[in-house]
Design a protein around this ligand. Structure first.
Ligand code: NAD
Ligand code: ZN
Length: 237
């Protein structure tokens, strides 16, 4: 019986909410150069451009609505908890669609669009507005140092220890809408296999690391995730 589920989500779970994925041919990175937009060096070279990119993405995320895949994972969290189990929800997404659909504990390993950080004093704050090179830090007052609190290429993802602990305690690993191209997240399936737990991928197209999963179901997340949640919860009735 499944009690502790580890779910890893990626851009594909938010695709049907209208937020573009990265690697798909029409994804964000096909149109924009990640080295200019999502690295500390790119930000240093052209902060105006990088702020514009994230301001657009923040506005898009605020305007987007969660879809049935987000809802199903929120339900899974609640119902597993009622039965003494747990859903550990680890997302690579920087949008807040999981939270808005009711997920209470979401680990954002690549940071959050709706948070900003001051590179001068380290203050972090909830942030729903545009950021510019003029934006003053709410704590130290300095301008020019505010940046989105997202993880760029070359930076360390967040909460890695918590994630490793949760993987070690899980008895089922499921990955949703992620291409398996960016590490360390792409390696979690291998860790799960090493712990001997079942591994399942729910994706539109086979991921780069598809061969690592015991099972793959191809389809839209809005259909495959609710079906998966029904199965997991049905198992325990
Ligand atoms: P991705 O765009 O790489 O992959 C999206 C996945 O979702 C694909 O496997 C696709 O088949 C699937 N998908 C698309 N629509 C779907 C739907 N409706 N239902 C189910 N699945 C669907 O996104 P990712 O895996 O989240 O990317 C991981 C991380 O990579 C991101 O968090 C980002 O930080 C980072 N990134 C890397 C690069 C790079 O160029 N190296 C670029 C951008 C982002
Ligand atoms: Zn500051």
């Amino acid at each position: 019986m499944t009690r502790n589920v580890f779910a890893l989500t990626g851009a594909g779970i938010s695709a049907e909410s209208g937020l573009g994925t990265f690697r798909d041919t029409d994804g964000a990175w096909a149109r924009f150069d990640p080295m200019r937009l999502a690295t500390p060096e790119g930000f240093a070279a052209d902060p105006v451009l990088v702020h514009e990119f994230y301001n657009h993405r923040r506005r898009d995320a605020l305007a987007a609505a969660p879809n049935p895949a987000h809802a199903a994972l929120a339900r899974l969290e609640t119902e597993l908890a009622e039965r003494g189990g747990r859903l550990f929800l680890c997302t690579q997404n920087i949008d807040d669609l999981h939270e808005r659909e009711g997920s209470r504990h979401v680990v954002h390993m690549h940071g959050e669009l709706l948070r900003a950080r001051c590179t001068a004093c380290g203050t972090e704050a909830v942030w729903h507005d545009d950021l510019t090179v003029e934006t003053p830090c709410p704590h130290c007052g300095r301008s020019g140092g505010m940046r989105p609190d997202v993880v760029w290429f070359g930076e360390m993802p967040k909460h890695l220890d918590t994630i490793d602990e949760a993987l070690a305690e899980a008895d089922l690993f499921v990955a949703v809408g992620t291409s398996g191209a960016v590490y360390p997240a792409a390696g979690y399936v291998a860790q799960a296999r090493a712990f001997g737990i079942p591994t399942l991928a729910l994706n539109l197209e086979a991921a780069d690391n598809a061969g690592m999963f015991e099972a793959t179901r191809l389809g839209r997340a809005s259909e495959t995730v609710p079906a998966f949640v029904e199965e997991v919860l049905g198992e325990r009735r």
